[in-house]
Design a protein around this ligand. Structure first.
Ligand code: AP5
Ligand code: MG
Length: 219
């Protein structure tokens, strides 16, 4: 199954993606996570991407498309994948369609998480991440057992650089102007479903699973 999860910054894409990929045993391909790893490894791509990410702007399409194209052609994607955070522009969506057509594949489902702006701002200011193992927490809804420490690996958890208030505002503007048009794009292809992401993460996941379950007959 080939899935895409969309939504504004902080909508809960990463949280739902982890649950989906565990349940359905498919790789989780997050463009944001890939860039953060490149930044951590201090690669050339990472240095370039970081210039945009810290300002809340999109990384240029050419670099993003090339990074994701390489990832999608790895063997673990042969039986499906979940994309999170890519595509984010119409140009990226066209590039994805072209790549999948070349591989004789297509997306089965696009899940759009709808969340109110107030909740997004609250979620992002409360988010803490572990840069070592990638675990995500929330001081309001999902705090770690020991303050400031990752439950999974014991490293320190931090506020993501781009979760500062001014940067979040920019990311939300960028989402409205450049990414939201993709809702119509996938709706026109008749593969888009809307899920209420304002609910707690377990109830949101139940909704997501219903839609994925509907695909079963088609496989
Ligand atoms: P990316 O990493 O993709 O960030 P984003 O889209 O801004 O989304 P987030 O990761 O911030 O939020 P999320 O929806 O995953 O929410 P999460 O589950 O963590 O991209 C970062 C940057 O990289 C971009 O700004 C751009 O510069 C660049 N980039 C990436 N992809 C690109 C592309 N394709 N093209 C160009 N540039 C690109 O949840 C948020 C918080 O809420 C957490 O604390 C979580 O615990 C909590 N939470 C989640 N769900 C719930 C719930 N249901 N109830 C209560 N709390 C919840
Ligand atoms: Mg994320």
């Amino acid at each position: 199954m080939r899935l895409l999860i969309m939504g504004a910054p902080g909508a809960g894409k990463g949280t739902q993606a982890k649950l989906i990929t565990e349940k359905y045993n498919i790789p989780h391909i997050s463009s944001g996570d890939i860039f953060r790893q490149e930044i951590k490894d201090n690669t050339k791509d990472g240095q370039l991407a970081n210039k945009y990410i810290i300002k809340g702007q999109l990384v240029p399409d050419d670099l993003t498309i090339s990074v994701i194209s390489k990832r999608l052609q790895k063997e673990d994607c042969n039986h499906g994948f979940l994309l999170d955070g890519f595509p984010r522009t119409i140009k990226q969506a066209h590039a994805l369609d072209q790549l999948l057509a070349k591989l004789n594949l297509k997306l089965d489902l696009v899940i759009n998480l709808n969340v109110s702006k107030d909740l997004i701002i609250k979620r992002l200011s409360g988010r803490r991440v572990c840069l070592k193992c990638g675990a995500t927490y929330n001081l309001n809804t999902n705090p770690p057992k020991k303050e400031g420490i990752c439950d999974r690996c014991g490293d320190t958890i931090i506020l993501r650089d781009d979760d500062k208030e001014e940067t979040v505002k920019m990311r939300l503007d960028v989402y409205e102007n450049q990414t939201k048009p993709l809702i119509k794009y996938y709706s026109d292809q008749k593969i888009l479903v809307h899920v209420d992401g304002n609910l707690n993460f377990r109830d949101t996941f139940k909704e997501v699973v219903k839609f994925i379950g509907d695909l079963d007959g088609k496989h």
